[in-house]
Design a protein around this ligand. Sequence first.
Ligand code: NAD
Length: 465
Amino acid sequence: MEKKETRALIETVMEQLAERVGFLGIEDEENRRRVCSSAKEILKTTDKVIKSYIRVSTEKNGIIRIPAYRVQHNNISGFYKGGIRFSEFVNEEEVENLAILMTLKNALHRLPFGGAKGGVHVDPRKYSERELNLISKKYVQRFARDIGPNHDIPAPDLGTNEKVIDWMVGEFKTINPGEPYLGSFTGKSVANGGAKGRREATGKGTFLSYSWLINEWMKQHADEKTINRTKQWQTLQAFQEEISQGKEIAVAVQGFGNVGSVAALEAYRYQAISHKVVAVSDRFTTLYNEQGLDVEKLVRYTAKGHDLPANQEQLLAAGIEADVMPAIEVLTVPTDVLILAAIEDVINQNNMHNVKARILVEGANAPISQEADLFFEEQGTVVIPDILANAGGVIVSYLEWKQSRVTELYSEEDIFADMSAQMIETLQAVYEAYFSSVEKTMRFTCFTLSLARLTDLLYRHGKLY
Ligand code: NAD
């Protein structure tokens, strides 16, 4: 979903909230419409877009100039929060869209954070470790005034990891001597004050958003009394039927980085229902095996810094049996579930008709266009949207940020128990609202819950009149 689609959806939801009798405790229709219209203007507007250029001295090309961004969308529900991505596709529009989605995601999961995002226009694979270290430190120098533990707290995202974050924390500390610094970033290494399990959290949460629906939520609703969304319900019932007949559920995963590799491993190891991971991909390759891939071996292979094996020699070295296909094929292979964990806008009007999965899970941000979302809704395909599915990382980031304030290290068990409990509370609320209504998409349901909370906070803070 692009920025204009996100904004259009905010607009539609806000107009609907304005018509909700008694919303915000305002009975007078005209007054409620005026208040909601003010909230709409605020939430459609980004607080601050900061663009800068990072200049670094490279080994091959001398000094180069790299565009870098920090976008702070809204902080009504708490300090700005959002990852920093290093990618050659980064641009202002995309970073702003991702910042808006962070505001909505944090509000949906009732986290005390607002929304922000950062980006650096580099392909990290083309730079040496020393150059990446310089880029990371320069990023903090450029945006030092705009980030901090009580203002805006970045984290890793596409193309960044705990090593980059540790460098950034180091630079933040140098720039701000004597100031608290551990809470300035989340996604740090555990040795540097990070939370155990932060790296795995988004992938685990993404799989949980699907597995909890199919396993737990379906059981709770066996009597079907509150179900009005017939086609999606029939899809889930067909899954149940196939599972009860002993069928293994097929899963395909696009992206084999932080989010995708963990989500694939979760599917591979899931005990409650038998799954097979029939396809995984990275930016170069799709690996496909109808019988299922050995995900543990693939994780071991890629942990050594390799891309996915892409020829017979590499497959042999990894101990993997699979057909090697072009990267894009992962989206259209025969599968029951498709987990999207790479980049934006990978499914749109050009390829939506070829997608075979009956459940789509957005581990990545904005991978499905609005048009495709509506198409899938009509088809009876279940789409679990990004702001619901991929919040595991920011929930654990919140625990890490809290941990940095009390300087007590939570155990990995505590972290995943807290994350799952918090996610399940939101999953329950969204699935309940979505399946009992007939209108629009699950994304619409998520936006409605989130925007209702944000509007309520704006109203309570006296920002709307
Ligand atoms: P990553 O850099 O660790 O992995 C990205 C994966 O996607 C890699 O396998 C890469 O080869 C693949 N990829 C990159 N460009 C591609 C392309 N053009 N086509 C197909 N595949 C491509 O990144 P990540 O941290 O796993 O993040 C993946 C997605 O999840 C991003 O959209 C990110 O915003 C989102 N996300 C991440 C987190 C987090 O905690 N890391 C949290 C929420 C959302």
